[in-house]
Design a protein around this ligand. Structure first.
Ligand code: AMP
Length: 284
């Protein structure tokens, strides 16, 4: 059976985290500098290495069954692709910003302005939705210097730390979109013997696992009610009696970003020998 193709970014910010995601999902391949497409070892999948900007088009055209790219590019493409899964990296916001010296303070203040952006469709859509009349100045790079060059009065650009805005004398005014890397497919997925679904399951399993930790501990049996309160209901712990002791071993899955709150409370509740382990893959 012909392999299903997945388009992934071959350069830029999404390249390395996407490679880590594929590796953790067990999709192993040998990448050479020049190869545009490579087979995945032991799976009926071929990877197409392309620019993040081209992923949506290749998926929409049916060249690739799946693609990894930024949500901002999916929205900008207006190709009606399905976001199958959010991948938890490449986080940034599509932000409208104005020069520090300008009086622009809210959405309405952009009325009549020229806005430089590499996301002209998303920008037009956003301001039209707010009933604010603007003109876009489409640029593919260095958007943030446009106001200095008097090519535009304001910009809409991707922002993560905000430091690029700062060094260019710009301040964020309004967020158009929260973006992150996503897995996309066409709405009408073709029959492929289940290969696409298998890849989706494996990638989802990694993304879910990255947000969780496996926590093991020993605790006095009478501390269990309190421990179950600290570790919330959905992730009900496994409890194993310890031979010849009034202690039990407790195993549970906890949100990674809740450990800060949970661990000291478990210790205070009498738990000891607490171990926190990463999870490779998880299918809830
Ligand atoms: P690149 O290939 O490096 O131009 O980046 C492609 C994608 O990376 C963008 O479309 C965004 O989805 C994502 N990204 C994440 N953070 C940023 C950022 N601060 N600036 C630009 N792109 C970002």
């Amino acid at each position: 059976m012909t392999p299903i193709r997945m388009a992934v970014p071959n350069k830029g910010r999404l390249e390395d985290p996407t490679a880590s995601l594929l590796a953790q999902a067990g999709l192993r391949y040998e990448k050479t500098d020049r190869a545009l497409s490579v087979p995945v070892r032991g799976a009926n999948v071929e990877l197409l290495f392309v620019r993040a900007e081209d992923v949506c088009e290749l998926v929409a055209d049916g060249v690739a069954a799946l693609g990894v790219t930024g949500l901002d590019l999916v929205m900008e493409s207006e190709l009606g692709l399905d976001v199958v899964c959010e991948l938890g990296y490449g986080n940034c916001t599509l932000t409208a910003a104005a020069p520090n010296a300008s009086e622009v303070a809210g959405v309405e203040d952009f009325a009549g302005l020229r806005i430089a952006t590499s996301h002209p469709r998303s920008t037009s859509r956003f301001f039209a939705g707010k009933g604010v009349d603007i003109t876009t100045v489409p640029l593919t790079g260095s958007v943030e210097v446009a106001p200095k060059l008097d090519v535009a009065d304001a910009i809409v650009d991707l922002v993560s730390s905000g430091s690029t805005l700062l060094v260019n004398g710009l301040r964020p005014v309004v967020t158009l979109l929260e973006s992150e890397a996503v897995l996309v497919a066409t709405a009408d997925r073709r029959a492929d013997g289940g290969d696409t679904a298998r890849v989706v399951t494996m990638l989802r399993a990694v993304v879910a696992a990255r947000r969780k930790r496996y926590v093991l501990m020993n605790a006095p049996a009478d501390a269990l009610p309190l421990i179950e309160e600290i570790i919330p209901g959905l992730d009900a712990p496994s409890v194993v009696p310890l031979a010849g002791s009034d202690h039990v071993a407790v195993h549970s899955v906890v949100d990674a970003d809740r450990l800060w709150d949970v661990l000291p409370r478990l210790e205070a509740a009498g738990a000891s020998g607490i171990l926190v382990l990463p999870i490779e893959q998880m299918i809830p």
